[in-house]
Design a protein around this ligand. Sequence first.
Ligand code: NAD
Length: 431
Amino acid sequence: MINVIEKETERRTDENSLFKNVGIQLKKAADLMNLNPDIADIVSAPNNEIVVNFPVKMDNGRVRIFTGYRVQHNNILGPYKGGLRYHPTVNIDEIRALASWMTWKGAINRIPFGGAKGGIQINPREFSQAELERITRRFTFALGPNIGPEYDIPAPDVNTNEQIMAWILDTYLTTIPPSERHRSIHVVTGKPVESGGSPGRNKATGQGVVFAVMEWAERSGIELSGLRFFIQGFGNVGSWTAKLLCGAGAVLVGVEEISGAVVSPEGIDPVKLEQHLLLNKDIGTFPGVKKITHDGFLETEADIFIPAALENQITRKTAPLLNVRLVAEGANGPTTPEGDGILEERGIEVLPDIFCNSGGVIVSYFEWLQNKRSESWELEEVDAKLKKKITTSFHRIEDKREAMNTDRRTAAYIVALEYLEKVYLERGIYP
Ligand code: NAD
């Protein structure tokens, strides 16, 4: 545990703050597109920042105080929307950045959602299931009317899942009048299907990454089948991306987890690896792979690298190590502005997070719509609608990239900012 925090602190102080990185990305796009300076100021700062300290009874009978965050960045396009993260290094700077990226994702994909993010500074592995349930329920209670089905809608992120969403749903519903409960289940997305979740939401972010990579391959005139890729982080996003890409004929040649990194030029079976990791915490004991150092892992020769763990992984120190054609950002904020510059110099293409991992929020929108309409869609319908959204956004970004002669991240920002600017100028600023 102490090692994790020390490692993470070193990682964070090594580069700019995450929210500062958002500012750098935003300024580059705003300067290039001549964004109205008033709109630039508005979208540079989050609307609301909620910090709650709340008590929870532990299994040993003692009470412990926890700190939770919810940053509501912007809601000009619709209700605030974004995940909740449980991690020992969660802090307000990180949550501000993650909330801003959610605003851009909604705008790029033309989804009527604003941007938000939240979390609790805990290592969930240190708590029993009963304690995690009480922490989640008490956090939901502490947030109170700051969340709501038409106001601010949480979803899963790092170390949170369907079960945690079900506890949030249940707690929220008990705080409102009985007559309003059934029409309020869209207060969270990423719920278990039986509790109002959408088919395909669990795999949605990974599925979106794969649709994005497919569009990139088609545009580049490359066959996806046979492409070699490696992944950092084998949780929800990483494992689904790996399984779906392998299903499309690509070959998984390396995986890094908290417990270490492994490679296999012959290919790793992602289904078997997933089963192995459920029973054995150490990835190094998976049969048929070679253990490798972190730097050695990043140097893996392949076509695609998919960061799907945490932010600030591709930096001025690590970007020179990559030997790939494409970085497809499953994680949020995996590349720092310095890392971006080095990738560009080296001719490594990037599918930026605010586009590449937006499958999660897109299918969350579908779940929200189904709940509002008391509908339940088939998986094929969800997948087809997701593919259409990702494909349309890919071409929107490509067109902008060519028109502005810029990189994909900046083009994606411009797509988002032009849309937000238009809405702000139409509506004006009160009074
Ligand atoms: P998760 O908790 O399911 O998985 C994260 C995985 O990364 C875990 O298996 C963890 O052990 C591993 N990990 C953590 N630190 C690591 C490190 N330093 N090196 C290697 N592995 C490490 O979380 P997730 O939902 O898959 O989220 C992963 C990333 O994707 C995050 O950046 C998140 O914000 C982003 N994201 C998630 C969603 C979603 O729908 N869940 C949507 C969009 C973006």
